[in-house]
Design a protein around this ligand. Structure first.
Ligand SMILES: C=C(O[C@@H]1C=C(C(=O)O)C=C[C@H]1O)C(=O)O
Ligand SMILES: [Mg+2]
Length: 456
C-alpha cells in the first residue's frame, strides 16, 4: 500500500477502488465471497442510489434508527411469486449465508399470489442478494461486494468486469432533480364507486359472510417532469422517520417505494415479534386537538375492533408454529406525520424448523390489509377491487443469517415513467361509514401528496 493511501480517508471512491483490488484477488471457482470494507466518510445512501444505475434496492428498519442498506446490481435473484417458492430457495440462501454470514437478501412479494393483472415489471416477487451493498449499522458504513466466480478463464473475465463495476459506485452530487408537480388523472375507485363498494361489503357483513375487509384505492398521478424516486424517498423519510423505508427499482426505472409504519414480523433465531397495527385517526392541527383525537381513537369501538381482529388473527396464525404467543403491550398509539394508529405488539417463541416461507404464508395478509375470514376476504378483494394491488400491502423486507424482517408495504407508490400511483386502504368492519373511510384514505395519502404539487 502506498504512503498516499494511508493519508486518504476512506471515501466511497477510495473504498470502491480498494474493493476493486480485493475483487481481483478472488480465486475463480472458490464459491461465494462477501468482500467488505469500511467507508469512513459520511455518505448519503439515497444519494448514492440516485447516482447509480440498473436494479437497486433500499431497506431501512423501523425500530433501529440509523440502520439502512442500499443495494446496487444483482449477485443473485430469487423469484418468489409464491411464499412456498421462498422455502424452495432456502437451501441456496443458507449456503450463501453459511460462507457470508453478513450477507442479506432484500426484496418484496406481490399481495396476491395468483393474479393476472399485476404491475409491469413487478409481476412476481423477488429477493435479491445485491452485487454491491452499502450498509450502515451502529453508525458504521460498510461497502461490500457479493461474488461467486465460475472456474477458469470465464471466471477471470467476469472478475475484471465486476471490479470495473465497483469503480463506478459514486454519490450523486445532490439529488438530480426537483420534485415535479403532478395532476390526478384517475381515482380507482372514485368516490361514487367507493360508496357502492362499501355498501356491498357492509351487506356481506350483515349476512355474516365477512367480519372485516380492507378495501384499497389507487390514485394515479401524471407527473409534469421526470421524478427521481430517491429524492422523493429522501424527503418522505424526513417527514416520517418512524417507519420502514423501502425501494426496489428495475433497470428501466420502474420503481416501488414507500415509508410504512407496519411490521409483518421480525425474527431473531426462534424469537418472533409481530403486531396488530390498525385503527386510524388524523393528526390534530394543534397539540390540544391532537390529544383529543388520540384519546378518542384509543376508546373508539370501531377502531378497537379493527385492531383486535388483527391481533386475534396474528395470534391464531402463530399458534400453530409456536411454543408460546403473548401480547407484549397494551393497545397504544403510533403517531406519524398525518395519521395516528392503534397498535398492539405480540411475541412468539417459534417451534424448531419453522421457516420464513411458512411464516409469510401463515401471516400474510393479516386482517390489517386483507380481512376476516382470510380466504373469503381474499376472494372478495379479488372481485370487488378493480385495480392491481401489485406489491402494495404485501411483505417487503430482508432475510439474513438466522434473522428476517418484513414490513407490510403500505404508504407506498409505484413509479412507471411519468405515471405515479399512490395506494391507500381502510379496514371496514360492521358500522363503518363510507364518508369517514374515504376521509381516512385521504389522510393516509396526505404525507406523500404534500411533497408533490398536486392539481386535480
Ligand atoms: C391499508 C392501509 O393501512 C392499514 C389500515 C388501517 C386502518 O384501516 O385503520 C391502519 C393501518 C394499516 O393497518 C394503508 O395504509 O393502505
Ligand atoms: Mg381504519
Amino acid at each position: 500500500m502506498s504512503a498516499d493511501s494511508f493519508r486518504q480517508p476512506l471515501t466511497l471512491s477510495v473504498a470502491a477502488a480498494k474493493l476493486a483490488e480485493k475483487i481481483n484477488q478472488v480465486e475463480p471457482g472458490s464459491g461465494w465471497h462477501r468482500i467488505a470494507l469500511p467507508v469512513c466518510v459520511e455518505t448519503d445512501l439515497l444519494a448514492c442510489l440516485a447516482g447509480g444505475e440498473g436494479v437497486r434496492v433500499y431497506w431501512s428498519q423501523r425500530d433501529t434508527p440509523g440502520q439502512e442498506t442500499a443495494g446496487f446490481g444483482v449477485a443473485l435473484a430469487l423469484n418468489v411469486a409464491h411464499t412456498c417458492d421462498l422455502d424452495e430457495c432456502l437451501p441456496v440462501i443458507r449456503n450463501i449465508l453459511n460462507t457470508c454470514p453478513q450477507a442479506r437478501f432484500v426484496g418484496g412479494l406481490p399481495f396476491f399470489e395468483d393474479r393476472k393483472e399485476q404491475w409491469p415489471g413487478f409481476e412476481g416477487g423477488e429477493l435479491i442478494l445485491p452485487r454491491f451493498e452499502l450498509t450502515r449499522r451502529q453508525g458504521q458504513l460498510t461497502l461490500a461486494c457479493h461474488v461467486e466466480l465460475p472456474a477458469g478463464a470465464a471466471g477471470e473475465q467476469f472478475r475484471s468486469q465486476i471490479a470495473r463495476q465497483a469503480l463506478s459506485l459514486k454519490e450523486a452530487k445532490g439529488f438530480p432533480c426537483a420534485l415535479p408537480s403532478a395532476e390526478i388523472v384517475k381515482e380507482n375507485p372514485d368516490w361514487q364507486l367507493w360508496q357502492n363498494q362499501v355498501g356491498q361489503v357492509l351487506g356481506l357483513m350483515e349476512q355474516d359472510e365477512l367480519e372485516k375487509l380492507v378495501l384499497s384505492r389507487e390514485q394515479q398521478l401524471e407527473l409534469e417532469a421526470d421524478l427521481c424516486p430517491w429524492s422523493l424517498l429522501s424527503a418522505w423519510q424526513k417527514l416520517t422517520p418512524e417507519t420502514y423505508r423501502f425501494a426496489f427499482i428495475r433497470e428501466n426505472g420502474q420503481c416501488f417505494f414507500g415509508a410504512s409504519p407496519e411490521r409483518l414480523y421480525r425474527r431473531n433465531g426462534q424469537t418472533l415479534d409481530s403486531e396488530a397495527l390498525a385503527g386510524t385517526a388524523p393528526r390534530g392541527l394543534t397539540p390540544a386537538q391532537d390529544r383529543r383525537l388520540a384519546s378518542a381513537l384509543l376508546s373508539d369501538d370501531k377502531n378497537r375492533r379493527e385492531n383486535s381482529l388483527v391481533l386475534q388473527a396474528v395470534r391464531h396464525a402463530l399458534q400453530s408454529c409456536s411454543e408460546s404467543v403473548e401480547p407484549i403491550s397494551e393497545m397504544s398509539l403510533i403517531r406519524l406525520k398525518s395519521v395516528q394508529h392503534l397498535r398492539q405488539m405480540i411475541r412468539a417463541k417459534l417451534k424448531p424448523g419453522v421457516t420464513d416461507g411458512m411464516l409469510l404464508k401463515l401471516l400474510h395478509p393479516t386482517p390489517a390489509v386483507g380481512g376476516v375470514p382470510k380466504d373469503r376476504a381474499l376472494e372478495q378483494l379479488a372481485t370487488i377491487e378493480n385495480h392491481a394491488r401489485g406489491w402494495y400491502a404485501a411483505p417487503f423486507g430482508c432475510i439474513g443469517n438466522d434473522q428476517a424482517e418484513f414490513a407490510v408495504a403500505l404508504r407506498c407508490v409505484f413509479l412507471n415513467g411519468r405515471n405515479l400511483s399512490l395506494y391507500s386502504g381502510a379496514g371496514l368492519v360492521c358500522g363503518s361509514d363510507a364518508n369517514a373511510e374515504w376521509a381516512e384514505l385521504d389522510s393516509k395519502l396526505r404525507t406523500v401528496q404534500s411533497l408533490l404539487q398536486i392539481s386535480q
